[in-house]
Design a protein around this ligand. Structure first.
Ligand code: CDP
Length: 235
């Protein structure tokens, strides 16, 4: 049995199904899964809870940067529900960080260079021993530029908005398709145009358009890329 490990970086647009793919892959191959988006969401929640967002929905960058040393984001391994939970200063915030209120503010928060610097450092530490699947926007370009397997996921904004709406409705959130669609498009815009680590496909990433794929087809494709990368890098 080959017990050498690699790093898998999964990047892509908002609501492209990256997290589901990354989580499933990690489970199948026995790797650690890290949802880097959840870390940006947790910092956003902190800003909201500490009055750092004004009535015009602008984030007070200075205050948030000053508070960074007291913001600790960590993960609690998957429990009975099979889902890893995000902790903000020790509190389980897994559900609340997925709210529309956080989604609406997360991309402006993720644009702040000091926020990125802090979270990227932490993300790099998670990968020190390899054996990790991390999903996000800049994992293959900035966090792990030497990852042995890089996947870039895409699907049309309409398809992504439909999926996210279904997911939110299943959780009992009362949101409209237009609200979700506009949030998806706006986050894509901010994520691709920001100055620090914009969302880009790494030159050596494999593009995976999952618009017409079932979850099983997607996983089969991913597992075969994984096996190939493992063979190539850990012969
Ligand atoms: O909701 P979705 O799965 O599409 O996004 P997410 O992975 O939870 O990430 C939320 C937001 O965090 C993104 O829209 C980005 O603005 C930001 N993010 C980032 O800038 N860099 C990452 N590596 C991950 C997320």
């Amino acid at each position: 049995m080959n017990n050498k490990k690699i790093i898998v970086a999964i990047d892509g647009f908002s609501s492209s199904g990256k997290s589901t793919m990354a989580r499933e892959l990690a489970k199948r191959v026995g790797y650690v899964y890290v949802d880097s988006g959840a870390m940006y969401r947790a910092v956003t929640l902190y800003a909201l809870r500490h009055g750092m967002v004004n009535a015009d929905h602008a984030v007070n960058r200075k205050e948030l940067v000053a508070a960074l040393p007291s913001i600790h984001v960590s993960f609690q391994p998957a429990g009975a529900d099979g889902v890893q939970h995000t902790l903000l200063n020790g509190e389980d915030v897994e559900k609340v960080i997925r709210d529309m209120q956080v989604s609406a503010l997360v991309s402006p928060v993720a644009e702040i260079p000091e926020v990125r610097e802090r979270l990227v450092d932490l993300q790099k530490k998670f990968g020190e021993h390899k054996g990790i699947v991390m999903d996000g926007r800049d994992i293959g370009t900035t966090v792990f530029p030497n990852a042995e397997l890089k996947i870039f996921v895409c699907a049309s904004p309409e398809e992504r908005a439909r999926r996210r709406l279904k997911e939110m409705q299943e959780k009992g959130e009362n949101v409209s398709y237009d609200e979700v669609y506009n949030n998806v498009v706006e986050r894509d815009r901010i994520d691709t145009t920001r100055e620090v680590s914009p969302l880009r496909k790494a030159a050596d990433a494999i593009e995976l358009d999952n618009g017409d794929m079932t979850r099983e087809q997607q996983m089969d494709r991913l597992l075969s890329h994984f096996d190939e990368a493992l063979k190539k890098n850990c012969p």
